[in-house]
Design a protein around this ligand. Sequence first.
Ligand code: BG6
Length: 470
Amino acid sequence: MNATSTRADAFVVFGITGDLAAKMTFRALYRLEAAGRLNCPIIGLGHADWSHYRLVTAAREALAAGDQSVDPEVFERLARRLSYLRGDFSDPATYRELAERLENASAPVFYLAIPPALFGPVVTALGQAKLTNGASVLIEKPFGHDLDSARALNEELHRTLDEDQILRIDHFLAKQPVLDIAFLRFDNIMFEPVWNRDHIAAVQITMAEDFGVEDRGRFYDSVGALRDVVQNHLLQVLALLAMEAPAGPGSRALWDSKADVFRATADVDPAHTIAGQYEGYLDVTGVGRESVTETYVALRLEVNTPRWAGVPWFIRAGKALATRATEVRIVFHRPPPLTFLPRPQPVAANQLVLRIDPDPALRLILASQGATGTTEQAVHMDLPFAAELGQPPEPYERLLHDALTGAHSLFTREDVVEETWRILQPMIDHPPKPVSYPRGSWGPAGADELLRGHPGWQLPWLPDTGNTGT
Ligand code: BG6
């Protein structure tokens, strides 16, 4: 990133009065302003009867609610960029007024932080108002709710926009450790020779959250864990782990590599899935009394490439679990038993753990003979990212910056998104009945069954808790 690379000449936020703006957008914009990386006006659109003063107050309150320290001068600069446009998103008059405000803009970015049902209508209306020439449209998730709806949405958007004008957000792609996967794999010669079926026995991807659905009951109940975090975030992580090196620079080559992974990934077999629902979920406001929405899901996928054939990819994600941890765990094959070692049985397998959240870090688990020389013992080589690499920009800060400067690698492409839905569609068509699990547990008991015959689920590696992981 550099301070002079901003390309967009206006940033228009649909839904500036909403939750996402309060939680993410103002903070990201403030941080970009502080770093000198913003240089265009920002127009916020919403239904509410807000004044400029009210908008600036909302920005101030949003920053105060987080842990972002605020420099008054920086905030003042940001406030001067902000303006508000009140309007109904279904009323052509809103777009006429927006067009007047954008009279001098030739490369605006429209950010749709609005309910997904409005993505199509808003883009169509922008097109009808002749606002899309030279523009980009930044779209929040969820992108569809199954394969058919994702295709329909793509078709609808393509009636107005070219594919390279559409930036589909997946904030996991902007997390530093996720970005680092490609560097780890392809910038370190020691990993490539072992990064395949000959050396890797299984891959486990865990996204555990120790909080429930809280105030998002209504949204979450229509979505569930599979659509909320697996179809997007965790499959994107899988693609980065499994892909071949992109054939060249830029987003197209990267997307091609990811698309190849997904095309080679078999449809999920519903027999290799399990769903759970935490106790108490049905009492959450907005959740149907007889809801069968899963708050936990675990599944096994197969990537049928020469590199990965036969290696199971286990993914699990859940709310109200024992801890908050998102990690990738590469479990290598055990070495053969050798008689010169003290105990000639196979020793524990090596593992490489990439902790994505909290506190990103990398751990290599090795076997050693232990101090007494009579036992085999696991030892760890740890790389805490913050200590070694410094503090990276926050995901939304990166995403907004990239959208404003026309960098597309952190967003996703239509075929990539459609393939992820295709892979999961059997589970959407035949959803496993969720099994109840206690809050604070590791999900339904059957989740262990899924791994029968393979290395079992490992306890996530947590920062500074004394839990050394396994
Ligand atoms: C969002 C999901 O996309 O990701 C949430 O909708 C989830 O349910 C969140 O909690 C997790 O993101 P992060 O960055 O906090 O790990």
